[in-house]
Design a binder for this molecule. Structure first.
Ligand code: T1G
Length: 698
């Protein structure tokens, strides 16, 4: 066993167990073994009157080693045994927390007799966010310490608690300033000679008659809010055992429920999403390129996207020079930004002072020369190639050497834009999603000539402004929108064949998507979609169907003019079915000699999701995304795809690639020679993987 991950040393009359396993002291097998060994050493050390467990580096223990869950089962020692040894120690054991004590890390702390923490520490049991539940005593010890109601709230939400809040709950015994070791040794010194040691497993004073009601209320609340999620209800089952079973039986029940969750597809999907999000931050092929410094930013265009992008930077304390063609446009743009902030202030989510400070970081200009000091310039001008090339031609001249020049285009060729700047190495795509100050996804588009450090700069600054940045290749629609066009096309084809607009959207929502394809189209703007359709059709490509032409010809733009696939009352974003659209669909079917058929929800779901998967496989094969995980992260953070499904690519793997291919092949046959169904030709990568009996895309 490599003891290096856990050290034992004595400090005066205190034995100190230090977990030193970067980056977050996760409870890998070696760490579990190490704690067990160090504890034994401390118990045998007669000079040690008390023992302290703490973490080296930036944090206490941030949980079990999630990577171990990807394998087959967890190797000994069992964390429950380690915790039992800690709790039964005749010497006081103090957990000294800094950074985060999460999951198994908090469970270790709960097994300790006392818990002290630095002021900025956070604690929590976030297992439910991984589709799991606390599997090492958390559901049994926490209710005994803070009561069932509080424990249910913490465990079913997985939210982190600040140290002061945790202390108020009785979860922490002391919160103070100083190092964890200083806090723990002075706490140990304050303990009476041989104190009766408080053991959470033996407490029952916080359990009471109202516990069953709390459980019932929590069940109802979750059944109403997230009926499709498996783990939250299992969390409640486990907490219920805390007041219905003796501790040891409760622990066994908890563990059985833990394995039940571990075997569920939702935990596989959520654990995949956890690691995929972190892997997306590491872009292959950049060598050791370092990000260029970004202290001030320029944003070109103060419309909806430009304004939202400017807010992202000033929210992170980075000053922005906002450029637009004239004062009127700037006033409109700044007006929208100020209204957005005022709305947050009104909701109590932002202080007036913070609003004023952020607005003060925005300088307005109509003069390109004022962008000459910017380290990064993001262009958010009208989505037209000629307009963007004109902007980049000027930018290429005024921007300082070393500045990164980014375009927020959502569909246009980055290489063509970059060429216009005369300095393509400095040019990348930074594709924000609307509303840019809200949506977390950022597609960083690699141009043919983009320098590695320019790409790295966009990735790093993206994370700094709170985005989940994913590097994508330069192709029409990049990753997200490229897949979306076949999803949107398939939605229209389903309606043409017999489904109703609301039935398709309902199936998408029931699948777990935040919004259906038609409501999403209305939100994005049918005029925007039509402009893309017209361009692509002019290029001889497919985008949507002629059915949507009927709507735009009828002057329908979606939410922005209250008429789209749905009707909208002024100031109300609720989509209402429109009989006029149903009539248009009927007319379209008659005109094309189509007899509508009944289409079930399962078929709708598959045709929407597999349209994404099939195009995703093409994107992977072309190298336009570096991994299936990246594609999944694009859909989780940019298109409201449910995290508990892991993303379209993960969902296909969980379903089974052979099954998915069989359905795709069937849909291709059903489409026949209909050009709008051409996207159903199975992606070569998928065909090859199934032929080789492979079950994963990557
Ligand atoms: N296991 C393995 N690796 C982990 C990890 C973990 N628990 N937590 C983080 N990492 C890796 C991560 O992949 C990344 O690696 C690096 O650490 C930095 O993370 C029995 C069943 C702690 C708040 O759910 O929420 O305990 O990409 O980029 O933004 O009941 O990480 O550098 O190679 O996220 O500063 C419960 C998960 C587990 C906490 C830090 N614990 N972690 O955030 O850094 S289940 C959790 C986090 C459990 C028991 C059960 C965050 C963080 P790499 P990072 P960060």
């Amino acid at each position: 066993m490599d003891r290096r991950v856990v050290h034992y040393a004595r400090q005066g009359d205190v034995g100190v167990i230090t977990v030193d396993s970067p980056p977050v002291n996760a409870l890998s097998q070696a760490v579990r073994q190490g704690i067990g060994q160090a504890l034994a050493e401390g118990l045998a050390d007669t000079a040690a009157k008390a023992l302290v467990i703490l973490g080296a580096g930036r944090t206490f223990i941030a949980g079990a080693d999630i990577a171990e869950f990807l394998g087959s089962g967890l190797a000994a020692p069992d964390l429950n045994d380690i915790n039992a040894a800690i709790e039964s120690s005749p010497k006081p054991v103090i957990a000294a927390i800094h950074g985060t004590a999460l999951g198994g890390g908090l469970e270790v702390a709960l097994a300790c007799h006392y818990r002290v923490a630095t002021q900025d520490a956070q604690v929590g049991l976030p297992e439910v966010k991984l589709g799991l539940l606390p599997g090492a005593g958390g559901t049994q010890r926490l209710p005994r310490l803070v009561g069932v109601t509080k424990a249910l709230a913490l465990i079913t939400s997985g939210d982190f608690l600040a140290a002061t809040e945790a202390q108020a709950l009785g979860l922490l015994d002391h919160v103070g300033s100083g190092t964890p070791l200083e806090l723990a040794t002075s706490f140990a010194a304050s303990l009476p000679a041989s104190p009766p040691l408080p053991r959470a497993s033996q407490r029952s004073d916080r359990l009471g008659p109202g516990d069953a009601d709390s459980v019932a209320a929590a069940r109802q609340k979750l059944a109403d809010s997230t009926p499709w999620l498996h783990a939250p209800q299992r969390c409640i089952d486990a907490v219920e055992a805390a007041f219905t079973l003796p501790f040891a039986d409760g622990l066994a029940r908890e563990r059985a429920l833990f394995w039940d969750c571990m075997a569920h597809d939702q935990s596989k999907a959520l654990i995949h999403a956890f690691f995929a999000e972190r892997a997306a931050a590491k872009v292959a092929g950049l060598g050791d390129a370092k990000p260029r410094p970004v202290a001030q930013v320029g944003v070109i265009g103060s419309g909806t996207m430009g304004g939202g992008i400017a807010m992202c930077f000033v929210n992170a304390g980075i000053p922005v020079t906002l450029l637009d063609m004239d004062k009127a446009a700037l006033d409109r743009g700044i007006g929208i930004i100020a209204r957005n902030y005022a709305a947050s202030v009104a909701k109590g989510r932002l202080s007036q002072a913070a609003m004023d400070q952020r607005l003060s970081l925005i300088t307005q200009t109509t003069d390109y020369a004022d962008l000459s000091a910017a380290d990064l310039v993001v262009e958010a001008a009208y989505e037209d190639m000629a307009v963007k090339q004109a902007v980049f031609a000027r930018l290429g001249n005024v921007a300082k050497p070393g500045a990164v020049l980014a375009s927020n285009t959502s569909t246009l060729d980055i290489d063509a834009i970059a060429a216009a700047s005369g300095r393509p190495a400095d040019v990348v795509g930074m594709h924000f999603f609307s509303p840019a100050n809200v949506m977390k996804l950022l597609e960083v588009v690699r141009g043919r000539d983009s320098a590695a450090d320019a790409i790295q700069t966009a990735m790093v600054i993206g994370r700094k402004i709170g985005k989940v940045a994913v590097a994508v290749g330069n192709c029409d629609g990049f990753v997200g929108n490229r897949m979306l066009q076949y999803y949107a096309t398939e939605a229209q084809r389903l309606v043409i064949e017999g489904a109703s607009v609301s039935a398709v959207d309902q199936a998408a929502r029931r699948y777990g998507l935040a919004m259906g394809p038609f409501a999403m189209g209305d939100m994005a703007g049918l005029d925007v979609m039509q402009a893309i359709r017209d361009r692509r059709v002019a290029e001889g490509k497919i985008y949507g169907t002629a059915l949507s032409d009927l709507l735009t010809t009828d002057g329908r733009k979606g939410q922005k003019n209250g008429r789209g696939w749905y009707l909208y009352e002024p100031g109300d974003r609720t989509p209402r079915p429109d009989p006029a659209v149903a009539a248009m669909v009927d007319a379209y079917r008659q005109q094309h000699g189509i007899t509508p058929r009944t289409i079930g929800e399962a078929e709708i779901e598959k045709r929407l999701v597999y349209a994404l998967v099939n195009e995703g496989a093409r994107i992977l094969e072309e190298g336009m995304a570096q991994s299936p995980g990246d594609i999944d992260i694009v859909y989780l953070y940019g298109y409201g795809f449910p995290a508990w499904r892991g993303g379209p690519m993960k969902q296909a793997e969980l379903t089974g690639l052979a099954k998915v291919l069989a359905d795709i092949t069937r849909f291709a046959q059903m489409a026949g020679d209909d050009p709008t169904g051409a996207h159903w030709s199975p992606a070569p990568l998928l065909v090859r993987l199934v032929a080789e009996g492979r079950e994963r895309f990557g």
